[in-house]
Design a protein around this ligand. Structure first.
Ligand SMILES: Cc1ncc(COP(=O)(O)O)c(C=O)c1O
Length: 320
């Protein structure tokens, strides 16, 4: 068998200046990093609130290992919910103000798994052009007809809704705080359009969880739209400093995902230490709003400085 295609592909990536390599970081994730042996200021992390190395998260992880061990054994449908799965999910549901929540091993797995549960071959998914790769892949896996609307363009979204077959199920999926441009989706308009055209809405709060008042629940909660959004997903690995993801919504949604979502069913569950870290992080984001204020102060200071230097910040309204 020839493996020339590997070298050929690497060569074309290099030629197109698209070849990537992963830098080595010594020590912890922090504001100053040692990258490939050099000290640098870190502006690229999603560790927005500095929780990735917080003593409370470290302690929670250590205690969980002592009490519950290291691994979760299998998928939850096989080896069951551990106490910490249940505790974490009730903490997330309380934070988000939803009936229920379900944790996933990553945001990527949540998006690729959840969308195919919500729509199938006979349906339509309407997706913002700047949605994350995991949403794009979730849409593809669903086999629904995909309508990509121009970034935050409500006229185009409306056109897509009007052109969808009337008897198809329609799902609008968007990030709330966009991971690349740092701007906010017009969620109130999206929800109104969905209601007008009989569609349901899924919002990815990966970069918004932990960031918005009140209590860091996300942009959906800040705008009071929780009851009008079918699915809120977010990650535990960005502002919350750890790893994993959640889906928050109704009890029925949770039950359906447990029964149908392949990326929940066919994978080993999150381990105790990771869940304990997330529980500690949720406690901190509720108790310490000053962390969010510090983030806002920092990004405003940085914005001001960059603008003075003549940089354009595009449409960003945030830390991104
Ligand atoms: C908008 C968005 N959704 C989902 C994900 C995936 O989350 P995770 O890193 O937990 O897989 C990311 C980034 O990682 C993201 O930026």
């Amino acid at each position: 068998m020839t493996v020339d295609f590997i070298q050929d592909q690497l060569q074309s990536l290099r030629k197109a200046s698209l070849y990537r390599r992963v830098r080595s970081v010594a020590g912890e994730q922090d504001a100053i990093l040692t990258v490939d042996g050099r000290q640098v200021l870190n502006f690229c992390s999603n560790n927005y609130l500095g929780l990735a190395n917080h003593p409370a998260l470290r302690e929670a992880a250590k205690e969980a290992i002592d009490r519950y061990g290291c691994g979760s054994g299998a998928s939850r449908l096989i080896s069951g919910n551990m106490t910490l799965h249940e505790e974490l999910e009730s903490q997330i549901a309380e934070l988000k103000g939803t009936e229920a929540a379900l944790v996933f091993n990553s945001g990527f797995q949540a998006n690729t798994g959840v969308i195919p549960v919500l729509v199938g071959e006979a349906d339509v998914v309407l997706s913002d052009a700047l949605n994350h790769a995991s949403i794009i892949d979730g849409c593809r896996l669903s086999r629904a007809k995909i309508f990509v609307y121009r970034h935050c363009d409500m006229n185009e979204l409306e056109r897509g809704l009007k052109n969808s077959p009337p008897d198809s199920r329609k799902l609008i999926v968007t990030e709330s705080l966009f991971s690349m441009d740092g701007d906010e989706a017009p969620l109130a308009d999206i929800v109104s359009l969905a209601e007008e055209h009989g569609a349901v809405v899924m919002v990815d709060e990966a970069h918004a969880t932990g960031i918005y008042e009140p209590h860091g629940a996300g942009l959906v909660a800040k705008l009071g739209l929780g009851d009008r959004v079918l699915v809120q997903m977010g990650t535990l690995g960005k502002a919350l400093g750890g790893f994993g993801a959640y889906v928050a919504g109704s009890q029925g949604l949770r039950e359906l995902l447990i029964n149908r979502c392949r990326s929940f069913i066919f994978t080993t569950a999150l381990p105790p230490a990771v869940m304990a870290m997330a529980i500690a992080a949720i406690d901190l984001i509720k108790k310490e709003p000053e962390r969010r204020q510090a983030l806002r102060d920092n990004f405003q200071l940085l914005r001001g400085g960059l603008e003075l230097l003549g940089y354009s910040l595009g449409t960003s309204q945030s830390q991104i």
